[in-house]
Design a protein around this ligand. Structure first.
Ligand code: AMP
Length: 371
């Protein structure tokens, strides 16, 4: 679909979390109307949109209503009901193939390796304990067992470092399709956001260097401190994947790197947490880029003037940051407006720009943390 969708047309977003909220804010700034589908009353995205339909994401009737009230549809997470969404393909420039691939680790890894011809960690599909035992022999430990769908922030993952781990997993073997993936000897975790406009022109944002704590993203530092050769290789990978997917909308690519090697870990068919720094640090944010791509607009070359750091605020860190806000005029403070604070829940984030402010924010994060 290459229709040009101009303001004040309506953009319908499936999912009302913080990614939807930041998409909605960008869209509103450009003059679009925004509708959101989410079961939570006054969801983060619903708070800043023109209307919210309160229903489950897989409620076909609610999805049809969102579609009927919108000129273009998009989503803020990958676990969307693809069959229900297929009914509204004519309003979905991103298409459903992107979701089919990225909602299933096995399809995703196979696509990255075989179609985009980009390296991934060695992996084998596993359906039961017997296959798991055989895969352990072929893959060589250490490895990670992952569910193919529905996992996030470390849920649905089991470390398989030694025989004791193998025995323990077999004792209570998870159901469904899984993959056993070799652990790669990475030094850094990176990500890159990429998009493509309706004329197939690829646009990328600077690469971020990410630190995870307990499987949850903690900080993103940009630009990543990697060699020129690795930067080029990563950008090349992003271009290959974007073209091979016939991409529209923003795609987040998570990668592992050692001194000379790059492996793709996973793909997110939407703007990504590690790209939040783009709101303040680049000329066009990943959210505006996403809206521009799905509405058929062109996207300028992305520029960054100074390094940036994004710190996620999890659980009650949001309250600590709110209390300290008055002391930090350098913070770009984002509070998603979630009604309930829960441990490890992403409640907001802080972005700072420039070396001195980055240093200060690292110091702040070391003396503040979830209780
Ligand atoms: P994922 O949910 O696949 O992003 O994995 C969560 C985290 O587990 C990653 O951010 C890595 O720190 C670690 N991890 C996942 N897969 C691998 C792998 N193949 N090798 C080494 N570490 C991994």
């Amino acid at each position: 679909m290459t229709n040009l969708i101009l303001p004040p047309a309506t953009i319908g977003i499936i999912g009302g979390g913080q990614l939807g909220q930041m998409m909605a804010l960008s869209a509103k700034m450009m003059g679009y109307k925004v509708g959101v589908l989410d079961p939570t009353v006054a969801s983060p995205a619903g708070q800043v949109s023109d209307f919210q339909i309160i229903a489950e994401y897989d409620d076909a009737k609610a999805l049809a209503e969102l579609s009927q009230r919108s000129d273009v549809l998009t989503y803020e997470f990958e676990n969307v009901d693809i069959d229900a969404l297929s009914e509204h393909k004519d309003r979905l420039p991103q298409g459903t193939r992107l979701l089919e691939i990225t909602s299933n680790r096995l399809r995703e890894k196979t696509f990255i390796q075989d179609s985009a011809k980009v390296p991934v960690a060695k992996f084998i599909a596993v359906h039961d304990a017997q296959e798991f035992k055989m895969a352990v022999v072929k893959i060589e430990l250490p490895a990670i067992l992952k569910t193919v769908s529905g996992g996030y922030d470390g849920h649905g993952q089991w470390h398989v470092d030694n025989q004791a781990d193998v025995d323990e997993i077999i004792n209570d073997f998870p159901t469904g399709t899984l993959i056993l993936e070799q652990k790669v000897p990475f030094k850094k975790e990176l990500s890159i956001m990429v998009t493509r406009d309706a004329q197939s022109h690829v646009t990328m944002w600077p690469i971020s260097e990410n630190v995870h704590v307990n499987h949850i993203l903690k900080t993103s530092l940009v630009p990543a401190n990697i060699s020129v050769a690795l930067t080029k290789k990563t950008q090349q990978i992003a271009t290959e994947i974007a073209n091979e997917l016939d991409l529209r909308g923003v795609l987040g690519i998570e990668l592992f790197v050692s001194d000379n090697n790059v492996w793709v870990n996973e793909l997110a068919p939407r703007p990504h947490n590690s790209g939040h720094y783009t709101i303040e640090a680049t000329n066009v944010s990943q959210f505006e880029g996403h809206i521009r791509s799905i509405t058929g607009l062109t996207i300028p070359e992305i520029k960054i003037e100074k390094p940036a750091l994004m710190l996620n605020l999890l659980g009650d860190e949001i309250q600590q940051a709110r209390n300290d806000l008055v002391n930090h005029s350098e913070w770009h403070f984002h509070d998603y407006g979630k009604a309930t604070i829960k441990r490890n829940r992403k409640m907001g984030h802080i972005t700072v720009i420039g070396e001195d402010n980055i240093k200060k924010l690292y110091e702040w994060s070391q003396t503040h943390g979830q209780h």
